[in-house]
Design a binder for this molecule. Structure first.
Ligand SMILES: CC(C)(COP(=O)(O)OP(=O)(O)OC[C@H]1O[C@@H](n2cnc3c(N)ncnc32)[C@H](O)[C@@H]1OP(=O)(O)O)[C@@H](O)C(=O)NCCC(=O)NCCSC(=O)C[C@H](O)C(=O)O
Ligand SMILES: [Mg+2]
Length: 281
């Protein structure tokens, strides 16, 4: 893993104070928002403010992603052209329904594209969206999805599980990043931790956030633990020893270790290394 995606914080493009505060926050990804966090009468000034703040720099090594308005809105096309010229790493397109939406944005920017998966059609077309050559990440928009599906909020997110898994399957099939949706009750630390752990256990790379108070818990939940790092190192060593002895299988802590477990163990160590590199900045 070349970089971690544990925490992806939305920041309204209209809020200069928050844009500045983000320069000092230990997040892995910043989602600079021009869409739902910005009121209609602030859309155009937010676009200019964001261009200026990104131009000033100071966001370090964090991935800078600009969420534009949909291309079917009055602001979308100008946002896309402006984002193409901004000092950012990728453009996030909301409410993607199918690959044609991604193609439309690809005609306006050569930057990597991330797609919000937050409509029923988008979820059903997740595989073709994730397969687009410019797509580098998918982000779950669980608020919009819950609205469109008419689901009730449940702590276990059972009504959303199929959608989450379809998007994750698409992302993994096509080798792109997958980031889980937001947890709206930003003062509920325990509920947030539980939802982070659920997303992590499902396989997401990280979680989208709405408030700085959520950063530390997301970073902790999506990082390998000391015990996982220790196990990965012991599995790699034991497997190397077994191979040297002409065996294809090792045993660690009473469990077999085969080549496929070594792939996971190496990925765990690579993720820990990528986190350490980002945090050393
Ligand atoms: C939720 C908030 C409106 C709360 O704001 P506020 O009451 O100002 O919070 P605090 O007073 O606790 O703020 C403390 C300090 O932290 C800064 N701050 C707050 N939020 C952010 C942020 N997101 N990024 C950076 N900094 C932030 C404040 O400026 C304070 O700083 P200081 O004054 O220096 O102490 C607010 O948090 C907020 O607006 N959050 C973002 C909301 C948002 O982006 N929503 C859209 C994305 S969610 C979504 O659309 C998901 C998806 O599409 C879906 O469908 O699910
Ligand atoms: Mg949304």
């Amino acid at each position: 893993m070349s970089r971690p995606y544990r925490s992806a914080l939305y920041i309204p493009g209209s809020k200069v104070r928050a844009l500045d505060k983000a320069r000092g926050l230990p997040v892995d990804v910043i989602l600079f928002d021009l869409e739902d966090a910005v009121a209609p009468d602030e859309k155009i000034t937010a676009r200019d403010t964001l261009a200026e703040e990104l131009g000033k720099g100071g966001y370090g090594n964090r991935l800078r992603v600009v969420r534009i308005n949909g291309l079917d809105t009055q602001w979308g096309e100008a946002d896309a052209r402006a984002a193409d010229a901004m000092a950012c790493d990728a453009v996030l397109l909301p409410k993607v329904n199918g690959v044609a939406d991604v193609d439309a944005l690809a005609r306006l920017t050569g930057k990597p594209i991330w797609a919000m998966m937050e409509t029923p059609l988008g979820v059903l077309n997740a595989a073709e969206i994730a397969a687009h050559p410019q797509i580098e990440g998918v982000v779950l928009g669980t608020n919009d999805l819950a609205k469109d599906l008419n689901t009730r909020h449940r702590a276990d997110r059972e009504p959303l599980i199929t959608s989450l898994q379809l998007c994750l399957l698409a992302a993994r099939a096509h080798g792109v990043v997958a980031v889980d949706g937001v947890y709206n009750a930003f003062k509920d630390e325990e509920g947030f931790k539980v939802e982070c752990e659920q997303g992590r256990d499902m396989g997401f790379d990280g979680k989208t956030l709405i408030h700085p108070a959520q950063v530390a818990a997301a970073n902790a939940a999506f990082a390998p633990t000391a015990a996982e790092i220790d196990l990965a190192e012991r599995q790699i060593a034991a497997f190397a020893e077994a191979e040297a002895a002409g065996k294809g299988v090792a045993v660690v802590d009473g469990k077999i270790v085969e080549n496929l477990h070594i792939v996971t163990a190496r990925a765990t160590l690579a993720k820990a290394k990528a986190i350490a590199a980002l945090e050393a900045e």
